[in-house]
Design a protein around this ligand. Structure first.
Ligand code: S3P
Length: 192
């Protein structure tokens, strides 16, 4: 895994041009709820001139239900099976940026598929920032079952061994998302 180290001396435009030229695989964003995968992904895709797709949105479209409704009506296992199918399809159809739900990369099959066919970028973030960010919306079924800080801390401990298998790791600090976008561009460029 490549850790991000800033390359201030280099023009970010050069890095963008290099990525645009040589990265053919989709860039798949993974990481816990609240790290900013969708916002960062949309901006990253815009900068790279690629398409953007959010896996949770695609699942909702396929199921004609909200993620929270799928969890309530059918349970998490059913959601994971749908998530696996949808991400496999998105990887086939899209060569741009794909934001995945926080649990997707924990699934062995989904993770293997992403690692083989894409550049996986783990957006890492400290728990307090995640608690603050996720408190703004009550749409996440896994955070409704108890204290969000405890749940996020537990999920972090459980999932870190999987997230750390991503080819690239960047840290999302408590600040504007465009900082994270720049870090991703620099980190991917360093992998080329
Ligand atoms: C989940 C994260 C959510 C969504 C579902 C389950 C998880 O996506 O897929 O609620 O297991 O961490 P976000 O990470 O986009 O919030």
């Amino acid at each position: 895994m490549t850790e991000h180290t800033a390359i201030n001396h280099e023009d970010i435009g050069t890095a963008i041009a290099r990525i645009t030229r040589s990265v053919r695989k989709p860039i798949v964003l993974v990481g816990l709820m609240g790290v900013g995968k969708s916002t960062v992904g949309r901006r990253l895709a815009g900068i790279l001139g690629r398409d953007f797709v959010d896996a949770d949105d695609a699942i909702e479209e396929a199921a004609q239900r909200k993620v929270s409704e799928i969890f309530e009506e059918f349970g998490e296992e059913y959601f994971r099976a749908g998530e696996r199918r949808v991400i496999a399809r998105l990887m086939d159809e899209h060569s741009g940026v794909i934001a995945t739900g926080g649990g997707a990369f924990v699934d062995d099959e989904t993770r293997a598929l992403i690692l083989e066919n894409a550049i996986a970028v783990w957006i890492d973030c400290d728990i307090d920032t995640l608690v603050e960010r996720t408190s703004r919306r009550n749409t996440r079924p896994l955070l409704r079952t108890g204290d969000p800080k405890e749940i996020l801390s537990r999920l972090y401990a459980e999932r870190e061994p999987y997230y750390s298998q991503a080819q690239v790791r960047v840290e999302s600090v408590d600040g504007p998302h465009h900082d994270t976008v720049r870090r991703i561009i620099e980190a991917i460029d360093q992998c080329l």
